[in-house]
Design a protein around this ligand. Structure first.
Ligand code: G3I
Length: 467
């Protein structure tokens, strides 16, 4: 009997031990497989922005990893709604990978299609009908003005029919927003790339528009290629490189581009407004450092030699707002004498500044020197309070912006014919403005909203020309 009893006891112990060992392990195993899920909506204020939310539900802990298809790597551990901007037209894949505590993973993916208008709802891009042939009784801004009405443009946006249609209707002078700067046109010491500029020039010529070349020499880190920033040759070699760059570029576009900004933003904002030189002047200029205090004149001379017919401009900002900077600009311009044809006054202004009289003083100064005046890069800020959650314009702010546009156009329209050149707006739709990146708050500074509707600012522009 004893061996039988012992066997029963052993069986009982083994049974209980095995169930004791197994049960905790079973409790650690999640009962359901994990399923990744997310939702997305297009931002109501920016058609290029997608708001993506992780909707995965699971009763145990899990981690999430996002890849938004932008070739900038995956991110793990972020929570809440993700704000993702898709700038360039194309097709992107969003991948969400969720990993449960036991290591089991699942992924969910979605495709995002972007065209020149922004993210296409349901990945269906609306085909906009081809532009209607322009009629003679058009009343676009360019038809109301007796000067060129300019617009900043990128090559990509020329391919958007609705965008191109507005360009044809309202504007007759194009400026490349970035594709005719040194970083793009002279990417390596031995190569030039004019393809983007050529596309813009071809579009302009095909549509009876002029092109204002912008800008040959600009010290800004976003406008010069790395090999120039890190130039290792002598100063004489640097100068020869600049002469070759200006000569090659102007000859390439000769006869197809009406005017060029030869030097941009050479004058420092620091006390006394000297030429930018070292970093102590705000942003230093490698051109001033390598070519000496006479570098602006040298660049204008190279340009004149390369193309005696093209109009040569000096371009800078805050020339209305800052009396000191304006005076420094006029000293520079006076020193250039016959080498310069006109002044480009960037009009990055606000709804309440600078005053009408300061803008008028600037115009008077240019006119008194018998130079052409370009009111360039016009945009009128409204979010000067820096409100990070601003979603649109109040009626009063829209009217204030309209009044400022009207004021600027009236001042320009009233200068003598001989000094008129162009008034250029820096971007078509509010969602395209550089100011949002620069100030890191929403901004609505232009003539059209994100859906290509004209704003009160557009009416202000038009009413100044046809009161
Ligand atoms: O370099 C890449 C290019 O390879 C790519 O094709 C492109 C696709 O978007 O991105 C490129 O970077 C661009 C960069 O310029 C290149 O130079 C950026 O997108 C672009 O946003 C960037 O900024 C421009 C900036 O000048 C520098 O060129 C802004 O769009 C433009 O508004 C700004 O304009 C300046 C005026 O020229 C001078 N006055 C001030 C004004 C505002 O900064």
């Amino acid at each position: 009997m004893r061996p039988i009893l012992a066997s029963i006891l052993l069986f009982f112990l083994l049974f209980n031990c095995s169930s004791d060992d197994d049960s905790p392990a079973e409790e650690q195993l999640p009962p359901e497989p994990i399923t990744a899920a997310f939702s997305s909506t297009i931002s109501s204020v920016d058609p290029n922005t997608l708001l993506v939310s992780n909707t995965t539900t699971y009763e145990f802990d899990f981690t999430s990893t996002w890849d938004f298809g932008l070739d900038n790597g995956a991110v793990t551990g972020v929570t809440g709604t993700q704000t993702v901007r898709y700038d360039a037209p194309g097709t992107y894949t969003i991948t969400l990978t969720v990993t449960a505590v036991n290591g089991v993973t699942d992924t969910a993916t979605a495709t995002v299609v972007v065209d020149g208008n922004g993210i296409c709802p349901d990945n269906t891009c609306v085909t906009i009908p081809p532009p209607v042939e322009e009629t003679n009784d058009s009343s676009g801004l360019k038809d109301l003005a007796d000067f060129s009405v300019g617009m900043a443009i990128t090559r990509a946006r020329l391919n958007v029919p609705q965008h191109a249609e507005i360009l044809r209707n309202d504007f007759n002078n194009l400026t490349a927003e970035f594709e005719m700067k040194m970083d793009i046109m002279h990417p390596t010491p031995t190569t030039f790339d004019f393809s983007a500029g050529d596309a813009i020039v071809d579009f302009a010529i095909a549509n009876g528009m002029d092109v204002h070349g912008h800008t040959l020499i600009w010290h800004n880190e976003f406008a010069i290629p790395d090999w120039v920033k890190n130039f290792s040759g002598t100063n004489a070699e640097f100068e020869a490189m600049v002469e070759n760059y200006i000569t090659t570029t102007l000859r390439h576009f000769r006869g197809r581009v009406r005017s060029w900004d030869i030097v941009n933003e050479a004058i420092s904002d620091s006390r006394g407004n000297p030429l930018r030189n070292t970093e102590g002047d705000g942003l230093g200029s490698i051109f001033r450092q390598k070519m000496g205090p006479d570098y602006v004149r040298k660049c204008f001379q190279y340009a004149r030699n390369a193309d005696p017919d093209v109009l040569l401009f000096y371009n800078d900002y805050n020339l209305a707002l800052s009396v000191g900077k304006r005076a420094a600009m006029f000293r520079l311009v006076d020193d250039l004498g016959d080498l310069i044809d006109g002044v480009g006054a960037q009009m990055h202004i606000s709804f309440n500044s600078p005053s009408r009289s300061r803008i008028q003083d600037l115009a008077n100064g240019v006119v008194s020197r018998n130079l052409l005046l370009h009111f360039a890069e016009l945009d009128v800020r409204v979010n000067t309070e820096g409100n990070a959650s601003l979603t649109g314009l109040s009626t009063s702010r829209a009217n204030a912006q309209k009044a400022k546009y009207q004021e600027v156009v009236e001042i320009y329209d009233a200068i003598p014919e001989a000094n008129k050149f162009a008034l250029t707006v820096w971007g078509l739709r509010d969602n395209e403005t550089w100011l949002t990146d620069f100030w890191r708050v929403p901004e609505f500074p232009l003539l059209f909203d994100a859906n290509y509707n004209t704003k009160a600012s557009y009416d202000g522009f038009a009413e100044a020309l046809a009161p």
